[in-house]
Design a protein around this ligand. Structure first.
Ligand code: COA
Length: 209
């Protein structure tokens, strides 16, 4: 999971594809009807902190609730440093409307990228205030399309807490298939939890809306 990205968050070296990771610096913004997906910037730190300081959003995450903005600064610094970046993370920015101001509402990440096998793990985080509007579905349709079509990956994996119903509904809507259940895979803040493992193959994409 970013429940995605424990490796990303700890900065532990990844079995990365430097080539794919470098795309974080060259990927043009991906645009959808309501969103722009683009690399993070230092100006995003306060929004990243608000998102990750929320116990509701962090309930099934692979790391504890953030206590200070330093975590956000570290996240952005790692993303901006080509020498250590081993993932492709894009910020999800909501376009402004008359009703809602434009703002960073989340992130999506490809990590544990295996160049030889053309596979990566997918992680995603959406501010709880933005849930229930189909925004992550919209973001991931563009991001997954980019992963298969531009990065030519063959397989994406997602690891989610089996109690995380929203996350599993999202994966199933995107045509991920549940492939396994790993017992006691995570210990976060002393809480032990299982992992539901999902996979999506390039040949099963695009998923119908
Ligand atoms: C997992 C997570 C992204 C799901 O968010 P979400 O808003 O439920 O996901 P979606 O973008 O798929 O939105 C679907 C919901 O929006 C509703 N919706 C409203 N308008 C919609 C629209 N225009 N299009 C599609 N769906 C719409 C759907 O009915 C659905 O609600 P339902 O599941 O109650 O039926 C979010 O809960 C999250 O970020 N959690 C914290 C981080 C986390 O746990 N990540 C997973 C770790 S692997």
């Amino acid at each position: 999971m970013e429940r995605s990205g424990l490796a990303v968050e700890t900065g532990k070296p990844l079995s990365l594809s430097h080539d794919i990771a470098m795309r974080a610096f060259t990927t043009p913004p991906l645009r959808t009807a309501r969103l722009t997906l683009r690399p993070l910037a230092e100006a995003d730190v306060p929004a990243l902190f608000r998102i990750h300081a929320d116990p509701l959003a962090m309930r099934y995450w692979s790391a504890p609730v953030w206590k200070d903005e330093q975590r956000g600064r570290d996240m952005v610094a790692r993303d901006l440093d080509p020498a250590i970046t081993g993932h492709l993370r894009l910020g999800i920015e909501r376009m402004p409307t008359d009703a809602v101001p434009g703002m960073l509402v989340g992130t999506c990440t490809l990590f544990d990228i295996d160049e030889q096998c053309r596979r990566a793990e997918l992680g995603y985080m959406l501010a709880s205030s933005a849930w229930g509007q189909g925004l992550m579905q919209e973001a991931l349709r563009a991001f997954i399309g980019h992963a298969f079509d531009e990065l030519v990956l063959n397989r994406l994996e997602a690891d989610t807490d089996p109690r995380n119903q929203r996350s599993m509904r999202l994966l199933e809507r995107l045509h991920f298939v549940k492939e396994g259940h790993f017992r006691e895979r995570w210990i976060v803040d002393g809480e032990v939890s299982d992992a539901a493992m999902f996979g999506l193959l390039r040949r099963d994409w695009p998923a119908p809306a």
